[in-house]
Design a protein around this ligand. Structure first.
Ligand SMILES: CC(C)(COP(=O)(O)OP(=O)(O)OC[C@H]1O[C@@H](n2cnc3c(N)ncnc32)[C@H](O)[C@@H]1OP(=O)(O)O)[C@@H](O)C(=O)NCCC(=O)NCCS
Length: 254
């Protein structure tokens, strides 16, 4: 394993079937009882993206048999942990799906990490008022209402919040206002840019964000050295640059 982190992008349209070639029996069973075709596809897509990121990190061949060796368990709050051949793998993993696309992040020897994928979309003022801190609200309001920059800023703040809450293992069981996102200018080109998240207990969490086409990807690390910065994820996100969102829509704000 030569990399600290691996990030992969997967599309729902390329989903492998829900079959034993890449899923263990209990995984097939768990996925088959997820209600609704859309929810089932989303769950399957997240599982595929996360397993693929782990396989890439471990430099396993990209075969269904390799993916089958990788398992995902969830704690009571929904946080995933990675198993390989039925054993705790000592790896950190996180995954996010949005509008028919998913990103999976696997890390080794790092702190817990969270990843989030969102479709850039406008959000109403009530959304900002309900979920953003005063600092985040001021940041969003620096961008003209109705402008593409405002939509990007709002989506990015929300996405980084979700990534941070995943890195902390809490998800939306925690109040999103317990983490405060700080970002630079949103006009960056399609490249990783740093972000920082302050937790109400005083911990600063480092992370990265990137815009690809109509999507943003954020990653946040739960401990580590904010001054040194987190390692940028290794992996290609460029498939998202041309990605057409599936019309079920974004979860941003949802
Ligand atoms: C974590 C959460 C914010 C993700 O939101 P989302 O935008 O709907 O979905 P995403 O695709 O980005 O992420 C889903 C993944 O987040 C991860 N996740 C869920 N809860 C998590 C937690 N507490 N910590 C870390 N990761 C978590 C899981 O890997 C999940 O995918 P999987 O279950 O298929 O493995 C949200 O699912 C959550 O908090 N759920 C638990 C609380 C809840 O359901 N509250 C009711 C609504 S307020």
């Amino acid at each position: 394993m030569s990399r600290p982190a691996q990030l992969v992008v997967r599309a729902e349209r390329d989903l492998p079937p829900l079959d034993p070639s890449w899923l263990a029996a209990q995984e097939q069973q768990a996925l088959s009882v997820v209600q609704g075709a859309g929810r089932r596809a989303g769950t399957l897509l997240r599982r595929w993206a996360l397993k693929s990121a782990v396989a890439d990190l471990l430099e396993l061949s990209a075969t269904p048999a390799s993916l089958r060796r990788i398992g995902v368990r969830h704690d009571a709050q929904g946080a995933p942990s990675i198993m390989v051949d039925g054993q705790e793998a000592g790896l950190e993993g996180s995954v996010s799906a949005c509008a028919g696309w998913a990103v999976g992040l696997a890390c080794s020897g790092l702190s817990p990490a969270g990843v989030d994928l969102e479709l850039i979309a406008p959000q109403g003022e009530d959304f900002v008022r309900d979920w953003f801190t005063a600092g985040e609200t001021a940041y969003v309001h620096r961008h003209r209402e109705g402008s593409p920059e405002r939509d990007l800023a709002t989506t990015l703040v929300w996405s980084a919040k979700e990534a941070a809450l995943k890195a902390l293992g809490r998800g939306l069981f925690a109040d999103p206002r317990t983490v405060e996102v700080s970002l630079g200018a949103v006009g960056s080109p399609q490249a990783w840019a740093p972000l920082q998240v302050a937790v109400t207990d005083g911990r600063p969490l480092p992370g990265w964000w990137r815009r690809e086409g109509r999507f943003v990807v954020t990653t946040v690390y739960a401990v580590g050295s904010p001054t040194a910065g987190p390692p940028p994820p290794v992996g290609e996100t460029t498939a998202l640059a041309r990605a057409v969102p599936v019309s079920r829509g974004s979860r941003a704000g949802g």
